[in-house]
Design a binder for this molecule. Structure first.
Ligand SMILES: Cc1cc2nc3c(=O)[nH]c(=O)nc-3n(C[C@H](O)[C@H](O)[C@H](O)COP(=O)(O)O)c2cc1C
Length: 198
């Protein structure tokens, strides 16, 4: 590995920039408790087990979706396609939950959680545990239903920006702003009115 300047491990800005080099897909995690739907954009998502299929998502302590998900005991993760960036931005905004769902094309799964239309697919999970992890909670879900959607390119998040489709089989990755080691900040993507600046 080509080393760059070492750094105190507690530098959270450097940590965010470095993690920005870890490309991820983008999902929208949703839950329903009675008449209340809630959901947020999530890229801290991990497949933890195949027998049984299980999923882990990491949610900030204070997101509005977490109490709804806890009460519901279930959640869904819809995997966004390359042309669904607007949905990622919508679910990352700090607005009342009902506003996120206004006029949205969705359907209901087995758990009642709202699933977004037009995605690559979705998993529905029963919550098995919620464990505190510093400023986040780790939500472990056992998959109870799988839905396969469109077979198209994914929405990718990289260096705090989204990859753009560049033809049917190509994605163009966001570039670092000149003179910067990541593109957080000037010239980079800033999610509108979000709690966390991923
Ligand atoms: C690409 C992207 C990925 C994100 N991933 C996460 C995540 O994994 N966990 C999290 O808690 N917030 C994540 N966020 C921030 C939340 O989507 C944001 O704080 C949202 O407003 C929370 O909504 P809520 O309070 O209605 O639940 C992400 C934002 C973006 C733009």
């Amino acid at each position: 590995m080509t080393a760059s300047a070492p750094d105190a491990s507690g530098d959270s800005l450097r940590f965010r920039r470095l993690m920005g080099r870890w490309a991820t897909g983008v999902s929208v995690v949703t839950a329903r408790d009675g008449p209340t739907d809630a959901g947020l954009t999530v890229n801290a998502l991990l497949s933890v087990s195949t027998h049984p299929p299980a999923l882990l998502v990491s949610l900030m302590h204070d997101v509005d979706t977490l109490p709804v998900l806890r009460r519901a005991g279930a959640f869904a993760a819809s995997f966004l396609a390359h042309d669904q960036r607007a949905l990622s931005e919508r679910f990352a905004a700090t607005v009342p939950p009902a506003e996120k769902f206004r006029g949205l094309a969705l359907h209901r799964g087995a758990t009642g959680a709202p699933l977004l239309d037009g995605t690559l697919g979705a998993l529905e999970c029963r919550v098995r545990s919620v464990s505190p992890a510093f400023d986040h909670d780790l939500v472990l879900g056992e998959v109870v239903r799988q839905e396969v959607g469109r077979d198209v390119l994914p929405l990718l998040f990289y260096r705090s920006g989204y990859a753009e489709a560049d033809g049917p089989d190509r994605l163009r990755l966001p570039r670092a702003a000149p003179g910067r080691k990541g593109n957080l900040g000037r010239g980079g993507f800033k999610p509108p009115r979000t709690r966390s600046s991923r």
